[in-house]
Design a protein around this ligand. Sequence first.
Ligand SMILES: [Zn+2]
Length: 562
Amino acid sequence: MSEVLYRKWRPTRFADIVGQPAITQTLSHAVASGRTSHAYLFCGPRGTGKTSSARVVAKAINCLGRQEGAADPDGTCAICKAVDAGNFVDLIEVDAASNRGIDEMRDLREKVRFAPTLGRYKVYIIDEAHAITGPAADAFLKTLEEPPPNTVFILATTEPHRLPATIVSRCQRFDFRRISTADVAERLREIAGHEGVEAEAEALHTIARAAGGSLRDATNLLDQLITAYGVHLTLEQVRELLGLGGEERALALVKHLLGGNTPQALEAINHASAEGLDLRPLHRMTVDLLRAALLAKSGVRNAVDLSKEVQTEVGGLASRVSAEQMVRALRLFGGVSLRHDQPSPLPLELAVVELGMEPEPPPSAPPPVRAPAQSGASAPAAAPPRARAPQAAPPQPTARPAQPAPRAASAPSAPANGSGAPPSTPEGRLAAQWPAILRSMSRAPRAKYDVGALLRSARDHRLEGDALVVRFPHRSNSERLQEELESPACRLEVERILSEALGAPFGLRVEAEEGSGENGPRQGGHLVRAAMSLGGQVAPEPEPEPAPAPPIPTEETDNADA
Ligand SMILES: [Zn+2]
């Protein structure tokens, strides 16, 4: 992704930092009065100014020309210029999530003993600080306990809850907030002005909204727009670039679905397919809108980021349609799995037709186990005792009494109890959203294996503490998943998906079962049953196929900002 503008316009002074007035004021006061801390923790979503602020601090406390009592660096001395050019020897930036970063953290205790070379302070900016674990965390903690003189550590993380409390407690913590749409739009207006770009106010506002509080994303979008359309930018171009037309298409489909207009809904899918559109974004947006409608029905507004107009439409729909109908639509559509290599409209069309058919039995009566539509000889049929177990049976696998089952994964019917409102506990959300979670996981960046497919092959899953714990009947798949999770890009995405779906921060932990038969038949487990009862399909191929290793997206790997 182009980051020319972003780099060009990143803050060089405290005054340039957008949307974090309280933090900026505290930091600049500390610098001006010479009372900086030896360790800071900057938390918050990506693109909110954590790394940029860290660099301004590094520059300010080392600047040769800073006035007595002033906070901002002069921006002109040799050190300021070296920091801006990215080659100041006493500013060490570490990406803790990278292999090199782990090595660097391990060597840190040795290296911090050396005094700064050119500046007054040696500054370590440790990005993705939550990735410091194990021996590296212990070593770093010792460093923090006996801080070397003239050294400042600035930890930046999007996930402070994953940092050891012992480290957090030794840092001065700042929580960066998502930058308001108005602030982002205003900054975009300034940048556009400096760049000689004329942009409609509504165009910039739409970019800002799409960026969801990340100035970095917003600036990069502006960059792309200028590249694509030149120096006169309109709302229409923004909508085209962002694919906002898809929102309207999905809204039309949702209206047909919830209105019971099966023929029109089929037509809408057919048109999209005939126009050669990728159906996956349409599917995703349709599920998002259904979810927004269900949440609106339950009194929760603006939980899904939608334009004001669409939000209004969704609110209107929610008032006219029963929660049961929405839950059914959400289950049927949420359970659809569109394969990357076969963009056939059939799964979506089946969901439409099924939605138009008579409702399932009331949620209190367990639905019958649906036969897997296209499974091979393996899958649940190969494990008769479990696959045929009545749905009312406890969801825990009964074959292994020794297994502790704390907060076992909920029964498939859990989300539909009561009025059909979205479940409020993580367990309930997990049960309700499992098929959607699996599909999102399949889209996570991967080195070799499809994470969604691996999770589908798990024996069971449960929530324990702040982790989703999955157990595998086969060591091979648990190892494959571990391998994938070693990639920070994949792990972060997996955690993002879980946290978003469950409404609280959750990680993923893998457990392998000792002595499990490597060659035994693949067993579906209650997880597969749950997924199926929610409309999921059992993939015909039980082993996740290694993919030809597409390049992992590099947007965070250049360590430019958090
Ligand atoms: Zn300077």
